[in-house]
Write a protein that binds this ligand. Sequence first.
Ligand SMILES: [Ca+2]
Length: 98
Amino acid sequence: MTYISNALAIIGAGFIVLLIAGLLMNGKQCAISLDQFVGTCLRRGHMADETISAWAHRCQHHRLERFINWIFRDPNHCALAYVSEMRGDQNAREYRRG
Ligand SMILES: [Ca+2]
């Protein structure tokens, strides 16, 4: 049991170090990747390249959407995230549509 908990502690610490390094190096892009990772891990049918905000709007989870909008202090946050996903704004220019 101790071996497993030590291994999990090392993995957790490694993840935290990686997250801090990513946030310092790539800021918002790292935060978006964490958002997408969490969404993909927790929700069946969640697309790997979709933020939780865009997913909430796309799937019309109104209570979650209102909650996320409240967190970001923007009544249109999820709708704008959805539009951003549609346009591919988080992608490198070469990958964007249109
Ligand atoms: Ca995306």
